[in-house]
Design a binder for this molecule. Structure first.
Ligand SMILES: Cc1cc2nc3c(=O)[nH]c(=O)nc-3n(C[C@H](O)[C@H](O)[C@H](O)COP(=O)(O)OP(=O)(O)OC[C@H]3O[C@@H](n4cnc5c(N)ncnc54)[C@H](O)[C@@H]3O)c2cc1C
Length: 379
């Protein structure tokens, strides 16, 4: 049984100074983005902003200096991403590369892969996407069917990925593929780093119900990548992906996607708010604070080099429920017609449409609850 642990959040250095420095930087450099782009902002894409943020040292913070990184502590990075998300900064372009692809390459990749990819990631210029889901393998990732066969020239890849966020602007995909012919379930899978301009790759947009192009289908038709594209150990893809998901599930992005709505609600409340609005603001702030403590403690466990699979899943599940319910709870007490042009009205509309996806991305609610139950010895 894995159990559940709370770790103290104790970043080195002067955290107040780090926050103040970043807030000043954001005041000078953050684009005057539309209020809707500030909600769920880790899905908002702005390559200029990512590059400037990288130049200021706020991307690739935990990567070693010899690969262009900042050599900072993971909890200092946590403080920085919390500030960026709270400010609604458009961090979507570099988000996946910074959060998980870079650290995964550092942990499992070869020296050549580190030299080739990490400096661009740290500059906020090299973007990555996650090649896990397939038409028959989303929650059940062990059903992955995309194959990579080793030949004299390299790996030949055939198959299809789906729901790939950002594939249309990314440079690389870290893909989970079946490298061992005849293997089943979670055996025989490996991770490959695929340059997305390789011949034979077709990327087709999927437009979501908010009319946004975030997702894609990615087809591999006899794609040849070098032997050196293998990341980590052949056949160990399942173990590596599980580690990657730990990085994906517990950060402040798991409870701050609707944060801009809370700020707009407070702004719109005025000096003499309705008691129901006051009560809702109080509830939301208290819940968010509790989630924050849980997320920070999980980050501390990760930073200590341990595997917080259960804690990360709890943060994801409770955080997603919070950020998903917030628009509905605001809608229930605030008079706001569907076409209301105020910031509050526009944010509410956008989040009511986007929020159903919050508990799907990164693993669906039912699957996450299964992981928690198993980790706590309840099933
Ligand atoms: C905004 C967003 C971004 C995404 N980005 C990416 C990305 O960049 N890369 C990527 O690879 N994928 C991405 N995904 C895909 C996402 O990870 C999958 O959609 C998700 O894991 C669910 O898989 P599925 O859609 O195949 O649903 P299914 O697995 O078919 O599930 C359908 C339903 O059945 C339930 N279910 C499935 N198995 C079980 C079970 N064992 N017990 C109980 N219930 C079960 C699920 O919870 C769900 O409600 C993204 C999804 C979203 C919404």
């Amino acid at each position: 049984m894995q159990g559940f642990a709370l770790y103290p959040f104790d970043p080195p250095g002067d955290v107040a100074a780090l926050r103040a420095e970043l807030r000043a930087w954001l005041a000078a450099n953050q684009p005057r983005g539309d209020v809707v782009a500030r909600a769920n902002c880790w899905a908002s894409f702005d390559t200029d902003f990512s590059r400037k943020l990288g130049a200021a040292g706020y991307v690739g913070m935990t990567l070693p200096p010899r690969f262009g990184g900042g050599g900072r502590h993971p909890l200092e990075r946590y403080v920085v991403i919390e500030e960026l998300l709270a400010a609604g900064a458009p961090v979507g372009a570099h988000w996946i590369a910074d959060r998980q692809t870079g650290p995964l390459i550092l942990r499992y990749g070869s020296e050549e892969q580190c030299q080739r990819y990490l400096p661009g990631i740290a500059r906020g210029e090299l973007y990555a996407c996650i090649g896990l889901s397939e038409p028959g393998a989303g929650s059940d990732l062990a059903a992955v069917r995309t194959t990579a066969r080793e030949t004299a020239e390299g790996w030949r890849i055939n198959g299809q990925k789906i729901w790939t966020t950002g594939a249309h602007f990314s440079h690389i995909m870290l893909a989970l593929v079946r490298t061992e012919a005849g293997s089943e379930r979670n055996a025989g899978l490996s991770q490959l780093l695929i340059d997305l301009d390789t011949p034979g790759i077709t990327i087709r947009p999927i437009i979501d119900m908010a009319d946004h192009h975030d997702f894609n289908e990615v087809f591999f038709d006899d794609v040849l990548v070098p032997h050196g594209a293998l990341v980590g150990e052949r056949g160990q893809g399942w173990r590596q992906v599980t580690a990657e998901l730990g990085l994906e599930r517990s950060g402040p992005e798991r409870y701050l996607s609707s944060h801009a709505l809370l700020a707009a609600l407070i702004d719109a409340a005025g000096v003499d708010p309705d008691p129901a609005v006051i009560a809702l603001i109080g509830e939301l702030v208290a819940e968010m604070w509790t989630l924050r403590q849980l997320s920070m403690s999980t980050a501390a466990k990760l930073a200590a080099g341990e595997d917080p699979m259960v804690e990360a899943s709890v943060v994801k599940e409770l955080g997603n429920a919070f950020e998903q319910d917030m628009p509905r709870r605001v809608q229930a007490i605030v008079e706001c017609p569907w076409d209301d042009p105020s910031d509050l009205g526009r944010l509410l509309r956008a989040l009511l449409i986007a929020s159903p996806s919050f508990s799907l991305r990164g693993g669906t609610r039912e699957v996450i609850r299964g992981i928690i139950a198993r980790g706590l010895g309840l099933r």
